[in-house]
Design a protein. Sequence first.
Lengths: 262, 131
Amino acid sequence: MKPERWQQVEQLYLAALERDPAQRTAFLDQACAGDLALRRQVETLLQYETRAEDFIEAPALEVAAALLTDEPHASLLGRELGHYRIQSRLGAGGMGEVYLAEDRRLGRKVALKLLLKEFTQDPERVRRFEQEARAASALNHPNIITVYEIGQADGVHFIATEYVAGQTLRQRMRATRLELIEVLEVATQVATALAAAHEARIVHRDIKPENLMLRPDGYVKVGTTGMSMGKEDLSQHKGTKDQRRPLKKSGDSPICSGGRVA
Amino acid sequence: MAEPGSFLRHLGAVVRRILVDFARTKRFAKRGGAAVQVSLAEAVVIPQERDADLVALDEALAALSEIDERKSRVVELRFFGGLSVEETAEVLKISPETVMRDWKVAKVWLLHELSSRAATSGSGKEKRDEA
């Protein structure tokens, strides 16, 4: 796009924003005067308006601390946290790191999700971290990862969940083409899980191939990240109406992704 | 340090360079080290990679600077430099209202740019090699 063209798009975008949403169509009809490309560009920007509200609002340096601590926590390996012995690091995400650990009381493997240290001082983060566990633990379903425990030891907040040895749907999709029968199999199991969640008034806002574990025995496990209690959470999120439909984002829906691959 | 504002003026660019380089190196190492990471990396399902996001944002910001230099500076100063609206206004010698407006529009533009880059998955890099 040329700078001059962009100026035009920007001006129309700002002008449209000032108008009531109901009047924007009429306004753009007139202002774009048949320039369909221009109109599309302005409309595209308008679509992102609500989503952009929180985008990059937290300064990069706040994110940086998390990024730096993203490095393998060698110090944690072999250490004990409560009755868990940390064995290896499985990965890291937005709010924390995930380790494979052994529950010494029961002698079983668990996945231990730790809230990043710099977030432990932030009550809102802690609340969200715990809420995710609470939402997931309200569910008892073979296709949803089981939450064993939520706790705090040595100042570290953690969630202990079932450990699934297997691969994510994303990894599976990268490996080889999925057969239609596999796609249906995964889709059915995910749908069952989401139906159960819906039944319990729990929304899963993050269904995507990365969040679905495939066990070697054929079971699909929906991860707990992104789960929240229906009502409580909805009041605090923007664009909530859409989020109540668990499979709303077509690009992220396992069925669509599966479908794309198939 | 001659001018009082000169530190703030460069802060954003410096932080951006450091963070993005770091994120890029890490992403690279991750790819190379895939064999070590094993297939369990996502075992418990984690929201997606922040470091990749920073690299993509950096690229989108470079694209923005080509059509609207000032807006990309506003984002650099505010997001990477952590400057307030007033500080940004002072550095760029524009009004706080303009900073707010630029910020708002730039965020929408960037988000759209990132989404379309994500849609054409992974090809973001090839688009631009300068900077």
